[in-house]
Design a binder for this molecule. Sequence first.
Ligand code: CA
Ligand code: CA
Length: 142
Amino acid sequence: MGVVIIDGSTVRSFVSDDSQFNKAVDEQFVALDANGDGKLSRSELRKAFESMRLIETHFGMDVATPPRELSELYDRVFEGFDRDGSGEVDGMEFRNEMKRIMLAIAEGLGSCPIQMVLEDDDPSLLKRAADLEASKLGAGSK
Ligand SMILES: [Ca+2]
Ligand SMILES: [Ca+2]
């Protein structure tokens, strides 16, 4: 477990690094696709967001949300991903919307760094963003 500091530019540089970002998102997609059919269903995506805690971060909620509101929230999130309304989220829809969400997070963070405590094996994209920045800093100091 470690503490990382991230700010908007950490997240933005991760998102703009297509190969790193797509690789991380694709890995996440495969991990979330519990039944392995290459699509994310409503329930698979909901599990994803519960584990990533992106909803709470994104909406700045620190109070318990009533289950019904939370369900509506997840429905809206799902619809945001499922652009073609097929009822499932494919890999490309997932990439596009994750990019949009991460940029929204970057916007929210601005230049004000936040501290995050993360498990070393934390699968979240924010952890990936922090790792990428750390590796770049490491490379630059040699
Ligand atoms: Ca699936
Ligand atoms: Ca779709």
